[in-house]
Ligand binder design. Structure first.
Ligand code: ZN
Ligand code: MN
Ligand code: MN
Length: 283
């Protein structure tokens, strides 16, 4: 099977443009925001635009396309206003993903900002229960592992398992998205073979590897265990070329959609990073 590789692209000019944009980068899967990631409001999404997108997306025959949730959302917050806004916004994102036939909505579980790990997880569980009925039939809500910076939750399989297990959600409605930069920063030594296998086994035993639906493939600017969340070009960071080669060629990773969230700067953008991944893949 041809590996699925793509990148996070912009929706400017309308959703249907996402498809050409992705193909121009050499992608056959991808990710979008359905509204600006740092504001609460949503633009219009008319039935016509959604239908145009759905038709054309089906025509192209590739995918999946992930919706990345807004960065303001924090289901772990002890602040009632922010919690309420987060639930409402996540519901709207789920509705839009369904309207666009996009397969997944990925979100960061959140930061407890001082209330403590257990309270934070309880709050996330409550949030998950509140959005449950809004999850469209053919869309799954994916929890993303985090770098563990500050009070952020979800840095390992144990915490993510707790959130899902304690909620009313089943793996019919939910799953996991694994970010390689976050995993490495959170302490998993995925840059060597033994560490990578342990990482995969950890998720397999706690949530089931089949419930890992996508990989955010990013290198890391900071060392293993730094808890810092800054992505680097593939092979140029602390995971490095050797580490990345091992990751993308692991049979259990290769089978998942690989979505890049690498930097876009003067030297390189997504096109170059997608090419790099293809070069690293053993043929
Ligand atoms: Zn993310
Ligand atoms: Mn990510
Ligand atoms: Mn990140």
């Amino acid at each position: 099977m041809e590996p699925k590789i793509g990148a996070h692209v912009s929706i400017s000019g309308g959703f249907v443009k996402v498809l050409d944009r992705e193909e121009k980068l050499g992608g056959n899967c991808g990710q979008v925001f359905v509204h600006s990631p740092r504001v609460w409001s949503f633009g219009d999404l008319t039935d016509e635009e959604a239908e145009e997108f759905r038709k054309e997306y089906k025509n192209r025959g590739w995918g999946p396309i992930l919706v990345h949730s807004n960065y303001l959302i924090n289901l772990a917050t002890p602040k009632p206003d922010l919690f309420k806004k987060s639930v409402e916004t996540l519901k709207e994102e789920l509705k839009r993903a369904g309207k666009l036939d996009m397969e997944y909505v990925v979100f960061h579980p959140g930061s407890h900002t001082g209330s403590g790990v257990e309270k934070g997880i309880q709050s996330i569980v409550q949030g998950l229960n509140m959005v449950k009925d809004t999850i469209p039939e053919d869309t799954k809500l994916l929890l993303e592992n985090t770098a563990g910076k500050g009070t952020s939750l979800g840095k390992d399989a144990e915490q993510l398992e707790k959130m899902i297990e304690q909620s009313e959600l089943t793996f019919e409605e939910t799953g996991i998205c694994l970010d390689t930069c976050h995993a490495f920063s959170a302490g998993y030594n995925i840059h060597n073979k033994e560490g990578l296998n342990k990482f995969i086994d950890d998720f397999d035993s706690r949530v089931g590897w089949e419930n890992v639906k996508a990989i955010h493939l990013n290198d890391s600017k900071h060392p293993q265990g730094s808890e810092k969340d800054e992505h680097e070009h593939i092979g140029e960071g602390e995971i490095g070329e050797k580490g990345m080669k091992q990751i993308v060629n692991h049979p259990k990773i290769k089978e998942k959609p690989l979505v890049l969230e690498t930097p876009v700067d003067k030297e390189k953008g997504y096109k170059e990073n997608i090419e790099e991944v293809k070069k690293l893949l053993d043929r």
